[in-house]
Ligand binder design. Sequence first.
Ligand code: BG6
Length: 488
Amino acid sequence: MSFDLVLFGGTGDLAWRKLLPALFQAFRHGTLPAGGRIIGVARDDLSNAQYRELIHSRFADVDLSKRPSPEEFDRFAAMLEFLRVDLSRPDDYQRLAASLRERGADTVVMYLATAPSLFTTVCEQLAASGLNTPHTRIVLEKPLGHDLASNRAINEAVRRAFTERQIFRIDHYLGKPSVQNLFALRFGNALFEPLWRRENIANIQITIAEDLGVEKRGAFYDQTGALRDMVQNHALQLVCALAMEPPINAHADAIRDEKLKVLRSLKAWTPETLGQHVVRGQYAAGKVQGEDVPGYRDEPGVNPQSTTETFVALRAEIANWRWAGVPFYIRTGKRLAGRDARIVVSFHPAPHAIYRSPSGEANRLVIHLQPKDGLELHLLAQGQELRQASKGAVPSLAPVHLDLDFDKRFGSERVGAYERLLLDVIDGRLNLFVRSDEQEEAWRWVEPILEHWRNDAAGPRPYAAGTWGPSAASALIARDNFCWNEEC
Ligand code: BG6
């Protein structure tokens, strides 16, 4: 099957940091269909050879498992071309159209790795140049808008040119092997399903912690903040994967229908819950991995009086029979104590104690998303005590855990998120992409938080870089007599 992949924003950060390395990995793994062409599109004035050279030099800064040899890179680069396009000029789209027509590939993928403010223009121009043919697919990077209205406007514009089945909205968390294993855990195994409900589960915590700051994206991030950058998409997609009903099959719409129901069941905010169940923070100077780092307001591109949040912790509830009353805690932030994304499913303690066990101990399933990828099942067992127990004493239990490391089990060179998602786009598999109604529901749910913050003069709570965020986040969960994973 031949394909043309047109990379709008072909010289941008996302292209050389993530997309081209992912395509290279697929090429190296032999999974990228032969007969492909990748056309980098941007305003720069580059020849094909200069574009290949640019990408080659940028690869030096990319974390590839093994450096490509010059021969290997050349074989990959033979697929790379460059086309100078000014996105507002119809003539430039005509040149693109001519190049695509000439080759007549079976599939054409338009990857919009540009600022979302350009999505509407690009789609209109693609349609005007006849580039919205039935064998064309369009890939949209997040963020898709900054609120519900702007998200809808983009979706409507894109749908005027393409049908929903041609639109691939990326949430790269869905491409992570660890997230696919979460689906596999739930829907490929019968073991947990009977337990997966309010009768057995006390609470679920989702932490997506980063130790990095805003890096070179200060200006973008300052307009965005953690709620839009991480919660509206990545964290809520994880909530969906955890809380959805088993889909009737593994087809895209069966999965997306179930995810949509979860988003629709998220309990609506009230003035009280907005006040008590949401914490926003912003990092101040501190130490990360032993190094002094500046505060958020001193980062390049950030307004020195910025009130943008770099941390969010919140308590959500899902109002349905399976989950009523079970808190779902979400926490994400930059410049935290480490890079750690994990889900902790805490079960209720045994209903009647016949052993002595450490207070508060109960079974927990820890799903490590990154950097570790694996599962830990925390159980209680009798160890040393068995030998030491004196006659008649109540035996006591200690925590132990079963540990499954997917990197060890399957090898660490596994298919990365972007690699997986790009291959899915080329093959036309929509399972791991987000439908417009899911996205809109997620925006609808986060909007009252944004509104509440706009009217809240208190602003975000400062936290020192290198910590786990403001103490209010601990207070949020302590109110329910629970604690964050690292505090328990
Ligand atoms: C992106 C956010 O979507 O996800 C970034 O825009 C964030 O701010 C990144 O750093 C985190 O992705 P990962 O795969 O490193 O967890």
